[in-house]
Design a protein around this ligand. Structure first.
Ligand code: SAH
Ligand code: ZN
Length: 702
């Protein structure tokens, strides 16, 4: 995605937006539709996925029905307040359950406008008053937004961290100003669970490991301050149920650490610390805390919604081959991972204390035992720079030993005597590794100051004295270079082809490098295939009817927004978190040779869905595209980690994201159907456009 740093309005329908081109690295002015931000928000929001969450919808509906019945049974009117109405879903449910008055407020104005249209379409506009305001700005009284206080509150203002969207202040304010004392709140309460685990796999997303070569010799030591850094407090949300079971070991059972009484009977605290003693269930390094929550929808505790991963989920079928497929799927609420500021080794059956901390919007955790105590429980903040400058995915990529060993082996093979190395990617360690492995001089191209600081720490820690970090490369340097190395994963790249920055730079240097310069990697290939997502398509497909409510107005809005923002069709997703099946042989879409670069290239093709699928039919709801980089050694795939077979689940690389196109509906196809692609790129302009689609014929059913 492109970074926007300034918006200047020039005329009514268009704005100039300034953004950084990830391939050229330069800042460009671009003309955008004036509501670009709004369209971006709508097209990329989790709204659709949330509304496809049938469990959530049904449990809200049932709890609302019980609340309204209860008010009526007590001889009272049911006056409902819906905070953050969005599409109006919960208000329409309240109307259907016979509420006597309904006020729906929504802070995001364009959404409130959409809501009004949905109410009209569903014939309930006269029963619901929409107020385009934040709940904390609502007024009560004769001339106010609400004539009187409500006695039922329904609201869904929760995120993966439960309180990250400001639920604590929203509820506190509502109880103080907007609700009667004996009100019913849907949901009634919530519980946050934590589980302490050892997980070297997850720790890869947090701490940089020493860089080792294929003989497991350490080439670069991680600077002390990076090893000791408490890390970032920002939550890492993840589809925990997709994490392989061997990737973690429990050190505690699930511990209910905080409960929240939304009903108003006990006040909500903005700052809390809670200590829970437990007996370690295993010996291991306590590194990470898993977190999820549960909502109790009704005061009697009959309706409960759990976001637990499968091993703690009340509805999971543990004896199933894939228990993660037996619990409801959702992407708008995942599970959260918190990295402990300091890892401690605990013995099975020893006594340990989990310290859980909460402020108005976030959580963090500490662990203590008899030898490790903390004086203060401050919210962890990065002290080393890495956690502020590199994304978690990029840190995990740099820690991927299988990949770095291939590159290091090739550098060792390629290095000539008195080698002068140019490293094109300062968000990688290859240049410094080359210096350690015997290069005479190394130049690392890195214009970004924050990356330069990280590199300097490594250089100091590893006593490297032959590396120069340069913001750009002049002819004087270029003519000395014997080896160009480039880890093809720039921290600025999101979509796979944004790493063609390497090709862009080499194209700039054409004619200036020596004839016999060695370049690693030498080629970049893009591969694509049709897939059937198990669940991921739900974040984009139209809603149609949702719990009997017509959502066509919302579907139209999303479609319009997607068309307005040009880069909406293809998005980056970490596919290892989103199961899919291969529905056609992977095909090579393009090969870029770094030794013979052309500034412009184009390719297209049409392929049969598959020859080996037999007469059977298959469902296709998307495409996946990834890069494979080759040098003289083994290829490095930023896609499947094993070659996909048609009809089988794909195993994806965990350290990169892939490009994904989600189709607006699922198509049933057979082996006579085809898919096609078109691709065009202009390196000098930093452009890369790719379209993929099924070739629709009459026999492609939908
Ligand atoms: N109630 C809808 C939408 C839930 S998403 C449904 O269940 O489908 C949460 C919505 O609440 C978002 O649209 C957000 O803009 C809005 N919101 C969050 N806090 C709010 C507040 N305090 N006042 C008004 N709107 C709020
Ligand atoms: Zn740090």
């Amino acid at each position: 995605m492109k970074l926007k740093s300034a918006v200047i309005r020039v005329e009514k329908m268009q704005v100039f937006t300034q953004k950084r081109n990830p391939i050229t690295g330069s800042t460009e002015w671009d003309v955008q539709h004036e509501d670009y931000d709004f369209h971006q928000e709508i097209a990329r929001s989790a709204f659709a996925d949330m509304l496809h969450d049938t469990e959530r919808n049904k449990k809200y509906y049932r709890a609302l029905q019980l609340a309204i019945e209860k008010m009526h049974a007590a001889g009272k009117k049911a006056n409902v307040l819906d905070i953050g109405t969005g599409t109006g879903l919960l208000s329409i449910m309240a109307a259907k359950c016979g509420a006597d008055s309904i006020i729906a407020c929504e802070a995001f104005k364009p959404m409130a406008e959409c809501c009004v249209k949905i109410l009209q379409r569903n014939g309930v506009a006269d029963k619901i008053t929409v107020i385009p305001k934040r709940s904390t700005e609502l007024t009560v009284g004769q001339d106010g937004d609400m004539k009187y206080k409500a006695n039922i509150l329904v609201t869904e203002v929760f995120d993966t961290e439960l309180i990250g969207e400001g639920a604590l202040s929203t509820f506190s304010h509502a109880h103080k100003y907007l609700l009667e004392e004996d009100c019913i709140v849907v949901p009634d309460s919530a519980v946050i669970y934590a589980q302490v685990v050892e997980s070297p796999t997850l720790q890869k997303w947090n701490k940089l490991n020493d860089l080792a070569d294929e003989d497991l010799e350490v080439v670069l030591r991680t600077p002390r301050k990076m090893r000791d850094c408490p890390g970032s407090a920002a939550v890492h949300d993840i589809q925990l149920s997709q994490l392989p079971r061997y990737a973690f070991r429990e050190i505690s059972d699930q511990i209910p650490v905080f409960s929240y009484d939304w009903s108003g009977r006990t006040p909500l605290e903005m700052n809390r610390v809670a200590k829970h003693n437990f007996v370690a269930t295993n010996t291991g390094k306590a590194q990470v805390v898993f977190m999820w929550w549960e909502l109790n929808m009704d005061p009697e505790g009959k309706i409960c919604l759990s976001c637990a991963p499968w091993w703690c989920h009340p509805d999971a079928n543990i004896s199933s081959e894939r228990p993660q497929d037996t619990i409801p799927w959702r992407d708008h609420w995942m599970q959260a991972v918190y990295y402990l500021p300091k890892e401690i080794t605990v013995k099975k059956n020893s006594k340990v204390t989990l310290v859980s901390c909460q402020d108005e919007y976030s959580l963090w955790f500490y662990l203590e035992d008899s030898e490790n105590k903390h004086e203060k429980y401050n919210r962890p903040a990065c002290e080393c720079g890495v956690h502020m400058t590199l994304s978690r995915t990029h840190v995990s990529y740099l820690n991927d030993g299988r990949r770095s060993k291939k590159y290091l082996a090739q550098i060792r093979e390629d290095l000539v005597k008195d080698a002068v190395v140019l490293d094109l990617n300062g968000s990688s360690f290859l240049g410094m590794a080359a210096a350690k492995m015997g290069a005479k001089d190394v130049y690392i191209l890195e214009p970004a100051n924050h990356h330069v600081e990280v590199l300097k720490d490594y250089i100091r820690e590893n006593n490297i004295d032959n590396v120069k970090i340069v913001p750009d490369v002049d002819d004087e340097i270029l003519k000395q270079v014997t080896n160009v190395v480039c880890d093809p994963n720039f921290s600025s790249a999101i979509l796979p082809w944004e790493n063609l920055k390497m090709a862009y730079l080499l194209h700039q240097y054409r004619g200036k490098l020596q004839e016999n310069v060695t370049i690693m990697p030498q080629t970049c290939e893009f591969w694509g295939m049709p897939v059937e997502f198990q669940d991921l398509h739900k974040i984009r497909i139209p809603l149609g009817i949702c719990e009997g409510i017509d959502m066509a107005v919302f579907d139209d809005l999303v479609e319009q927004s997607s068309r307005t923002i040009s880069d909406a069709e293809i998005e980056a997703q970490p596919l290892w978190e989103y199961p899919c099946k291969c529905r056609g042989q992977p095909r090579k879409l393009l090969e870029v040779n770094m030794l013979q670069l052309k500034p412009k290239f184009a390719a297209d093709g049409t392929f049969l869905i598959d020859e080996s699928q037999g007469d059977g039919e298959a469902s296709i709801n998307g495409f996946a595209v990834w890069a494979v980089w080759r040098g003289s050694g083994k290829p490095v795939s930023a896609g499947p980690s094993e070659w996909p077979s048609v009809g089988q689940r794909v195993v994806w690389d965990e350290h990169t994201r892939q490009a994904v196109k989600i189709l607006s509906k699922t198509h049933i196809v057979n082996n006579t159907n085809k898919w096609s692609y078109q691709l065009a790129s202009d390196l000098e302009k930093g452009q890369f456009d790719l379209t993929l689609d099924l070739v629709l014929t009459e026999d492609v059913e939908s």
